[in-house]
Design a protein around this ligand. Sequence first.
Ligand code: FES
Ligand SMILES: [Fe+2]
Length: 355
Amino acid sequence: MMEIPLPAATANPELHPISSKGLPAYPNGWYAIAFSAELPPGGILSRRFMGQEIVAFRTQSGALSVIDAFCPHLGAHLGYGSTVEQETIRCPFHYFCFDTHGVCVSTGYGTKPPPKAVIRTWPVREKHGIILAWFHAQGQPPDWEVPDLDMTGFSPLGWREWTLRSHPQETTENSVDIGHLSIVHHYDDVQVRGDLHTEGPYLNARYGMRRPAPLAGGLIQSIQSEFEIHAYGLGYSYVDVQIISMGLNSRQFVLATPVDVETIRLRIALSLRSITEPGRVHPALKWLPGTLTAPLLNRVLPVTALDGFANDVQQDFEIWQHKVYFSPPILADGDGPVGRYRHWVKQFYCPPRAS
Ligand code: FES
Ligand SMILES: [Fe+2]
């Protein structure tokens, strides 16, 4: 397929800054800004997001809001010293309180709030333990959603995060870069299960492969794993991983969020489906009562699986952080559908605008 170049330059560099990799830095879409467990009622989090300062807070009743960080009164940063008061966030400087719509509802002096004292809010969603904010370079509202996944029977999310010099298009491209799976991640016998499927902002790819897994006594066995990748835009994707022989199913989230023009916050998270047949996980467990071993496995294995997932993801870091972006790329047989992926990603960028 012919490669169509991404918008290389735009009339408004503030809306469409270009990273030194040559990609527009901030693709439109949903991006993780935190995990739900980080933001209990009364909690406040400060984030750098798309080159801007934002604050997320949760009211005492549990309502969630994401707002610009700077108080419209005299500019205090609401990530430093503010508090949640019932259903509002209170600025530490003059005690102006703002509701979840960003509207000032009271001042520290008991006077009438200035009608213009309104903070910009960001569209926000909370999905199965992940808090996502919507970004659109031209300020348009969300026109697609990430799914409500049924996480019944899965362990609570465990997660890791890093700040990297990369871009969400580059990290998501891993999903279709079949060539690197055996070279960087040492998977064997990678099989493509069906064609890459895309539908609007959704991308689906399926692979089977063999991967090394540790056995007792330091031995390594090669086990067959099935991977199904679901990406919704460039900031949110998850991989359902099945190891059929062991009865293991995990759901692995990859969440890349631009911090500024050059860096992303990469979050990964994992849930493991409850184990009901310990004897399939390890033959030795067949002889022990499942009532004893299953709870133990369900405590230990999600941690082990997250360690393994984090280890796999980190194998990409050095390459991601130092690579540049070539468009069009020079592709070879064995590369996977990188060209089709590059075509799909175009929808997440605003077209160049006339000045
Ligand atoms: S700067 Fe926030 S209340 Fe004055
Ligand atoms: Fe990778």
